[in-house]
Design a protein around this ligand. Structure first.
Ligand SMILES: Cc1ncc(COP(=O)(O)O)c(C=O)c1O
Length: 436
């Protein structure tokens, strides 16, 4: 049997929803939306209907259909409304990685340009940066996060200052390229502080990987408004619980064009070139990036359904509150027993996310924490045997950059509730008791 969504209402989210169940089996406690979300029934039904409709009239679907057509005007307009921006600021992608690549390969970096990033970036950032380094020899400045035992007590301003101080090495860089929420530590870097920092240091582009933010926190307004960034890439398939192979790229400058920016993955580069004698020059870049052969248009349509479902549940702010409340409960449970083990911040809500990261420890001797892969995997497997899915996550050890440390990561999502967390905590305690 599948799980019922009425459980969401235990922390006060609106009940009147057209989605009733998730595909997660009854009794299975899924705490890993940071890796993949789980589509609710209404999204799956919508996706199925779209696939059938596509198959019933394929040529029209691909060429001109209002919701499926390759320019994706309708969906891009809808997503733009969500973020109070314009259609030409939005391109639909397959995932975060694709959006980050479009941004980082599109910008016309030169060997004299500097890009700032951190030691905790996902490969969606480090891979294109490595490509630039190999191809053109770009200057990369890697900034290191503080060690875990300092990180969990820091305030957002203090952390941003620590990461990106006003020093000669960082001033005037071409791009600051960071994650909104870090998959390794669960830290959220508030976008308003990143924007201020980029402006203070005279950095031209703020490029943000939002893989762990969209669908988890409200990025439509306020301190984490997507519009504070120059480029922002995020998925539909994680916290939003949309279909696989869906995502969004936001481009602040709708009029950006070559030679500042090239549509790397596109069938419309000729719009900016004299190759076909057309050279219109004002073709929207988001549209050039959208028209790239046959895309997952049925999936993009179902992603809109996932957004609609979030709105029915009370909107992105209510979802954020639900997720952060659950996450704070996990953080306090861990911190109360073993302050040393907690990696994620616990004091400043502006740094918080729905990810809680902590090192395994023995419940009876909580002052001893384990940082090796074997121990983290052991806990994950023991919990899985009890029908609880979490994951282990490896990241660079600050005190010894050649070494990776491994921790446990808990994602608290819209379909989780307090009773699931109580059960998880009860079983986790048992599992931790066995660690030596
Ligand atoms: C920070 C970050 N960036 C990128 C990705 C890759 O996401 P996608 O599959 O949407 O490309 C992940 C996945 O875990 C992530 O955590």
């Amino acid at each position: 049997m599948a799980q019922n969504y009425s459980t969401i209402n235990k922390t006060g989210i609106n009940k009147n929803s057209t989605c009733n169940t998730s595909e997660l089996a009854d009794g299975f406690i899924y705490l890993n939306s940071g890796t993949e979300g789980s589509m609710p029934d209404c999204v799956i039904n919508n996706f199925n209907q779209n696939l059938k409709r596509w198959a019933s009239n394929p040529t029209t679907s691909y060429e001109t259909d209002k919701t499926f057509g390759k320019h994706q005007h309708y969906q891009r307009e809808k997503i733009a409304q969500l973020f109070s921006t314009e259609k030409d600021n939005i391109c639909l992608t397959d995932n975060t990685t694709m959006g980050m690549y479009m941004a980082l390969m599109g910008l016309n970096f030169k060997s004299s340009d500097t890009i700032i990033y951190t030691n905790q970036e996902h490969t969606a950032i480090t891979s294109p940066l490595a490509l630039h380094k190999e191809k053109i020899g770009i200057r990369l400045r890697m900034r290191k996060f503080p060690p875990a035992n300092k990180l969990n007590k820091m305030k957002s301003e203090e952390l941003i200052e620590f990461l990106f101080p006003n020093i000669k090495e960082l001033r005037g860089a071409t791009a600051l390229c960071v994650s909104h929420v870090y998959p390794s530590t669960g830290i959220r870097l508030p976008l308003n502080l990143l924007r201020k920092k980029a402006d203070q240091l005279g950095i031209k582009y703020l490029i943000v990987d939002g893989a762990q933010a969209f669908g988890m926190i409200d990025i439509s307004k306020g301190d984490d408004d997507i519009k504070l960034c120059d480029f922002y890439a995020c998925p539909g398939h994680k916290w939003l619980n949309g279909p696989p192979s869906t995502g969004i790229l936001y481009l602040k400058n709708a009029n950006i064009k070559p030679p500042e920016f090239y549509p790397t993955l596109s069938q419309r580069m000729e719009k900016y070139s004299t190759l076909d004698g057309e050279n219109t020059h004002n073709f929207p870049m988001a549209e050039a990036l959208q028209v790239r052969g046959c895309s997952n248009a049925p999936g993009f349509t179902a992603m809109l359904k996932a957004i609609e479902f979030q709105n029915e549940l009370g909107g992105s702010l209510a979802i954020e509150e639900h997720i952060l409340t659950l996450s704070q409960k996990v953080k306090e449970f861990i911190y109360d027993r073993s302050p040393l083990s907690l990696v994620s911040p616990i004091n400043d809500p502006s740094l918080a996310s729905g990810l809680t990261v902590f090192f395994p420890f023995n419940w009876k001797t909580p002052e001893v924490v384990f940082t090796d892969k074997g121990m983290a995997d052991k806990v994950v497997q023991a919990l899985l045997k009890k029908n609880i899915q979490i994951r282990s996550i490896g990241f660079n050890d600050i005190s010894n950059p050649k070494r990776k440390v491994f921790a446990l990561r808990i994602s608290t999502a819209i379909f989780n509730d307090v009773s699931q967390l109580n059960q998880f905590q009860y079983i986790l305690k048992d599992v931790l008791n066995t660690l030596t």
